[in-house]
Design a protein around this ligand. Structure first.
Ligand code: NAP
Length: 257
């Protein structure tokens, strides 16, 4: 098992990618702090881990609230004995409206949850990791933070900020034996974009045509890359952002059949 004896805090792990990572890391021997803004989904994921024979606790926390983050990290350290792995996964989508029609309130909310949340959780967990001279931080950004996407003026820049925060913390914490990396998922089958798809602000047919591998990812496709990056197999990797996108970013052709 790749994560025996490790404690992993995964934010937003009541659903989607975070839940898939929580289950996979638990199968690899880690104790999991399942944290989410929605307590009942965190409790359901915790129950699923326990049914697999794993160890897990559920915590309700809003990653954009500094008080919640302090409480969450303190609880993980007290109940599970430390934080060896932090996955900054909690996130919310943008409005997908043309920028001139978008709302400032929504921009603030998207940046607050996605970018400030990643900063707050890294800062607080990093205090334990720095004093213990060990740790793995994995951020979940998006391909939308690595290229220009129409109508993504809040989500894209928030995710781009996470890519730079990854590099910043990687170089700052390298001397403490802490690896900081990032995954940029492409389009993944989770509830995240459900409202955007239902309202027609995302067109699934066009999206799937644009993906070289021809289909969206399953949450587990992202979780498997996450497992690699938080394991000792990736001990010499720090400061990178790995696209897990079915070839989306590699694709530059608009002419070929
Ligand atoms: P998801 O299924 O909606 O999971 C996100 C979880 O985060 C939900 O349980 C959500 O709770 C929770 N959450 C939302 N705001 C929170 C907050 N302030 N504090 C704590 N938890 C909060 O979405 P997902 O697709 O797995 O997304 C996980 C990460 O992957 C996100 O950072 C997302 O931006 C990124 N990502 C997703 C895709 C994709 O195509 N799905 C692509 C690229 C990147 P509620 O459901 O109650 O809001």
């Amino acid at each position: 098992m790749k994560l025996s004896g490790k404690v992993a805090l995964i934010t937003g792990s009541g659903s989607g990618i975070g839940k898939a990572a929580a289950l996979l890391f638990a199968k690899e021997g880690a104790s999991i702090a399942v944290s989410d803004i929605n307590l009942s989904s965190a409790e359901q994921a915790t129950e699923a881990i326990k049914q697999l024979g794993g160890r897990a606790i559920a915590i309700r926390a809003d990653v954009s609230d500094a008080g919640d983050v302090d409480m969450m990290v303190d609880k993980v350290i007290k109940e599970l004995g430390g934080i060896h792995i932090l996955v900054n996964n909690a996130g919310i989508p943008g409005e997908n409206l043309p920028t001139i029609e978008s709302s400032v309130e929504h921009w603030d909310k998207v940046v607050r949850v996605n970018l400030r949340g990643t900063y707050l959780c890294s800062r607080r967990s990093g205090q334990w990791m720095v004093s213990n001279k060990a740790g793995k931080v994995l951020n979940i950004a998006s391909i939308v933070g690595l290229a220009g996407f129409v109508a993504r003026a809040s989500y894209g820049p928030a995710k781009a900020g996470i890519v730079n925060l990854t590099q910043t913390l990687a170089v700052e914490w390298a001397k403490y034996n802490i690896n900081v990396n990032c995954i940029a998922p492409g389009f993944v089958m989770t509830p995240l974009d459900g409202d955007l798809i239902r309202s027609g602000r995302l067109n699934l047919e066009l999206i799937e045509k644009r993906i070289p591998l021809g289909h969206r990812a399953q949450p587990d496709d992202i979780a498997k890359a996450a497992l690699f990056l938080v394991s000792d197999d990736a001990r010499y990797i720090t400061g990178v952002t790995l696209p897990v996108d079915g070839g989306w970013l590699a694709y530059g052709d608009v002419c070929a059949k």
